[in-house]
Design a binder for this molecule. Structure first.
Ligand code: SER
Length: 318
């Protein structure tokens, strides 16, 4: 990887991944793609090149790929699960139309492509605990439909045209930098903000609902390591199960309370998000990622909680 384009560089993952990639490959070699209305700001805007790249516009992607001689595209454009349920056509247009545009440009210009998949690519009939790498994928959400279709389309481009497509199935991602926008796992980010602000947290997900979660530093490392992995070792491409921790709202609440004893939480379940969460796995089996490219998470719930609380206290001036 020498010249990288991030599509969706100002989103929850992109804003941190862009800076991390600039640290590794050099500021000038990592282009922050963004859509009007979501312009890069601060360090993201000032540390390297930025270009308007709307994933639904194939020409814009091709122009930037040519201008910067891009060899690797991180395609991070997506609507998260709860938003996608309300805007299914837009979710398809971005998730699949946009991916098709990206893959076509990648085919013509010989780029590798990373497109995240998700725990949401599984549905209620997949094994819930220790969900295998290769198992039934019949999601009931539009988000999941775009993710599993994206996995298939990416594998097709690898097999048929030799495009170097690779991917991981991300769990809910937790970070203190950019907020997620309308996912089912967002509660596990919001809960830390409430704890640090000294507010009671209103939890939209029922106690007993387990989902895979991951601290952002591990997720960024996964996205980089899979793209750097030795291709001769990869039996899979799109997409690898990865995992680091699985908890329900009560477990994360009790963990935060160890460090913020006055913290209170109350349940007010959001039926849309609860139904989505109920259809997803409790815990993925990430053995293939560990074997094929040495995946290993560094953060558990305790390590993540201590770091989140410390960083958020600084960010929020508390
Ligand atoms: N965080 C995502 C969501 O909730 C899951 O991949 O939509």
């Amino acid at each position: 990887m020498k010249n990288v384009l991030i599509i969706g560089s100002t989103g929850q993952i992109g804003s941190e991944l862009t800076m991390k990639l600039r640290g590794i490959y050099g500021n000038a070699n990592v282009v922050a793609g963004y859509i009007p209305g979501a312009e890069p700001k601060g360090e993201l805007a000032e540390s390297g090149p930025k270009e308007i790249v709307d994933i639904t516009n194939a020409q814009q992607i091709a122009d930037v790929v040519k201008k910067y001689d891009i060899d690797t595209i991180y395609n991070l454009a997506a609507l998260l699960s709860a938003v996608a349920e309300n805007k299914p056509q837009l979710a398809w247009k971005i998730g699949i139309g946009g991916l098709m545009n990206t893959l076509e440009v990648a085919r013509e210009h010989h780029c590798a492509v990373f497109t995240p998949s998700s725990i949401g690519s599984f549905g209620p009939n997949a094994p819930k605990d220790g969900t295998p790498q290769d198992t039934i994928q019949q999601p009931r959400t539009m988000y999941g439909v775009t993710k599993v279709s994206g996995e298939l389309l990416s594998n097709y481009y690898a097999l048929k045209f030799g495009v170097d497509t690779r991917s991981v199935r991300f769990p809910g991602l937790i970070s203190y930098v950019a907020p997620p926008g309308g996912g089912t796992t967002d509660y596990a980010v919001d809960i830390y903000y409430s704890a640090v602000r000294g507010e009671k947290f209103i939890c939209p997900i029922k106690a007993g609902t387990f989902m895979d979660m991951m601290y952002m530093p591990d997720a960024l490392r996964a996205a980089i390591e899979i793209m750097e992995a030795d291709p001769s070792r990869l039996q899979h491409r799109n997409s690898f199960n990865i995992a680091s921790m699985s908890f329900d709202p009560d477990i994360i609440y009790r963990k935060i309370k160890e460090y913020v004893p006055s913290f209170e939480m109350e349940y007010q379940v959001d039926p849309l998000r609860q139904a989505i969460a109920d259809s997803w796995p409790n815990r993925l089996d990430d053995t293939c990622a560990r074997i094929e490219w040495d995946w290993k998470p560094e953060y558990d719930l305790d390590g993540m909680t201590r770091d989140m609380l410390e960083k958020l206290r600084v960010k929020l001036g508390k």
